[in-house]
Write a protein that binds this ligand. Structure first.
Ligand code: HEM
Length: 495
């Protein structure tokens, strides 16, 4: 053996010992976390969850380790919580202790802790949340004015679908553009024609980044963010797409700035710009350009792909269940007729359609792992002590399909929301939007949009598939951060 070989061997030994020391130290420092599968040093539980199917892997592990267990994404421990009772404890019963946002490397690296959705600076979140809730309410959230806006957009969508002349199309673009327009009007005060290039760019960038983040690439990035930043692959596109969207939002903000009237805010961006001006002398203020850009983009991002995908998924599920369509058609014809647009009030007289909408929201299970949370202080959960800053996955899928809460947990069946008399019945375990103080900011908009879009489409059209009903596959195509439907074609046949 020559000197160089000796040296290489020694170096390898030292580096290995260092890695082992650092890993052991990190694992010990996480204290009394709930048990889970034994992690490998640095690699964590890559063997158990590294196959690009994180949701099913975690649900399988919960069968072995129970409702609360720890997994290691690389060297980062995450406590996985399943089942209605314990997820409710995190969101509601002890919600204040879990208010921080958990780490999501693909997004946090880009936003650098700015903006409302992904920040884990609790003071920043409080300020931005309070402002955004009140501002979005001023611009119509939960009110009649946004209902009118949605009705106008559903009319445009119906015209657009009629133009397809009963041919088989992929409905994704049409639907995403329609829901994108609703948020455009609230955030930037404008609407775009469906052929417009801007809306096309925004919708495609949001969709692509969401799909990549949910794919195997996105999941490996979640586990090894430090390493993956330097390795080529699809995950690198997320940052590129977010940059493109950020550039777009930046341009829109500059346009608003040029025509801003401080006494007459037209949209969310105007209201934020006015707030920045008001707090100019406060050096600690959270109302600055970085938070404006990040919050606007994050709200936009959260609101477009989510509802768009839910609607696309919903139409696929409806194709599979023509008997459900028939019952909804009957109710629409009885309560609304064909000559006026559906309204939110109609929900009160349409228990089956209301149940179908809730069931669709539950069954499509858009964010199966929720959006991660983090403990604000040391907390007790199911007999374990979790230190401050522990990452939590509140597994929404396990709540939405909890067999103790739903009659038909794994199948699509509107009866999950109907009582014996055929009346609509709420179910507290139906929480696809999370719950508590950090729940989905778009809740009122989501509920209005899902009902109005689905009833307007079914009021105007019969749905037709090019393949036989039994061949339609309604299981998700990608299941990670988000559940996406398998691509399909549909024809809209005027009624
Ligand atoms: C089907 C549609 C949607 C689903 C399934 C959905 C689901 C969720 C979920 C699970 C969370 C995390 C909640 C938590 O941690 O408790 C969330 C947060 C959020 N959602 Fe939605 N969402 C949808 C639509 C929207 C829309 C239309 C908007 C637009 C305003 C929106 C804006 C937000 C924001 C801003 C947050 C972060 C709230 C915070 O951190 O304070 N979402 N959403």
């Amino acid at each position: 053996m020559d000197l160089t070989q000796d040296f290489t061997l020694l170096l390898t030994l030292i580096v290995s010992c260092l890695i082992l020391y650092v890993s052991i130290k990190r694992f010990w420092s996480h204290g009394n976390l709930p048990p889970g599968p034994a992690p490998l040093p640095l690699l964590g539980n890559v063997l158990e969850i590294g196959r690009g199917d994180i949701v099913n892997s975690l649900m399988k592990l919960s069968e072995k380790y129970g409702n609360v267990f720890t997994i290691y994404l690389g060297s980062r421990p995450v406590v996985v919580v399943t089942g209605y009772k314990l997820v409710k404890e995190i969101y509601l019963d002890n919600g204040d202790d879990y208010l921080n946002r958990g780490e999501m490397p693909a997004w946090t690296a880009f936003y650098k802790n700015y903006g409302l959705v992904f920040t884990n600076n609790i003071q920043r979140w409080k300020e931005l949340r309070r402002f955004s809730v009140s501002c979005l309410r001023d611009f119509g959230f939960g009110k009649r004015s946004i209902e009118v806006r949605i009705q106008e957009e559903t009319c445009c969508l119906v015209e657009e679908l009629k133009k397809t002349q009963e041919s088989f199309i992929d409905p994704h673009q049409c639907l995403s553009r329609a829901v994108c327009n609703i948020l455009f009007s609230v955030m930037f005060g404008t609407r775009h024609e469906y052929e417009d290039k801007d809306i096309d760019t925004v919708v495609s960038c949001i969709n692509e980044s969401f799909v990549i983040a949910s794919s195997a690439w996105g999941q490996v990035y979640e586990m090894f963010p430090g390493l993956m930043r330097f390795i080529p692959g699809r995950h690198q596109e997320i940052c590129h797409l977010l940059n493109k969207l950020n550039q777009y939002v930046d341009n829109r903000v500059q346009m608003n700035l040029k025509t801003l009237d401080p006494n007459n805010p037209r949209d969310y961006v105007d209201a934020f710009l006015i707030k920045i001006e008001k707090e100019e002398s406060n050096s600690q203020s959270e109302f600055n350009m970085k938070n404006l850009l990040a919050s606007t983009l994050q709200i936009f991002f959260s609101g477009v792909e989510t509802i768009g995908t839910t609607l696309v998924y919903a139409l696929l599920v409806l194709l599979k269940y023509p008997d459900v369509i028939a019952k909804v058609h009957e109710e629409i014809d009885h309560v609304i007729g064909r000559n006026r647009s559906p309204t939110i009030q109609d929900r009160n007289y349409m228990p089956y359609t209301e149940a179908m909408t809730h069931e669709m929201h539950r069954f499509t299970d858009l964010l199966p792992m929720g959006v991660p949370r983090k403990t604000l202080k040391e907390v007790k959960l199911n007999g374990y002590t979790l230190p401050k800053d522990t990452n939590i996955f509140p597994m929404l899928t396990s709540v939405l399909k909890d067999p103790t809460c739903f009659k038909y947990p794994t199948e699509f069946n509107p009866e999950n929301f109907l009582n014996e008399k055929g009346e609509f019945q709420k179910n507290n375990a139906s929480m696809p939007l999370g719950a508590g103080k950090r729940n989905c900011l778009g809740e009122s908009l989501v509920r209005m949009e899902l009902f109005l879009f689905l009833t307007t489409i079914l009021q105007n059209f019969n749905l037709k598939s090019p393949v036989a009903q039994q061949e339609l596959d309604i299981t998700p195509n990608v299941s990670g951060l988000g559940n996406f439907p398998k691509p399909y074609k549909i024809a809209f046949i005027p009624r």
